[in-house]
Write a protein that binds this ligand. Sequence first.
Ligand SMILES: [Fe+2]
Length: 146
Amino acid sequence: MDQKYHLAIKTAFASEYAFALKAQNFHWNVEGASFPQLHVLFEKIYNEVYDSIDTFAEQIRALQMYTPASLQKFSMLTKVEDENAEGMDAGQMVAELLQDSEKMAGIFKLVFAMAEQAGDHGLSNFFAERQDAHKKHSWMLRSTLK
Ligand SMILES: [Fe+2]
């Protein structure tokens, strides 16, 4: 259980970091008529996620694991795929980030259940909050697509 549990937490962490980086990538590289709104929306999203990263990293340390923190480790672990956003359509950026945000909500739902089972209630609370945050990001992205 422990090994699977610990790997799932590290995977969630790397994926969350990759998600924030992708939102920041889109913030920098978005183009087109919707630039002003999307530039701001992507910034709002990556700021919210980055704000949670340090707490997440320290929760991992509190479980006596090392926190993955290199680009190589992140790329090995992440479930959010890397994106080269150069010349990418703005609507496609929104659609892809929406898909990733929904994926993140699913990942946090999974690790929430694992943390509950392990009796790590502080951590499961944190995961519940992250799931909620991604539901909110998904809502904003989904509404932007209409
Ligand atoms: Fe900026």
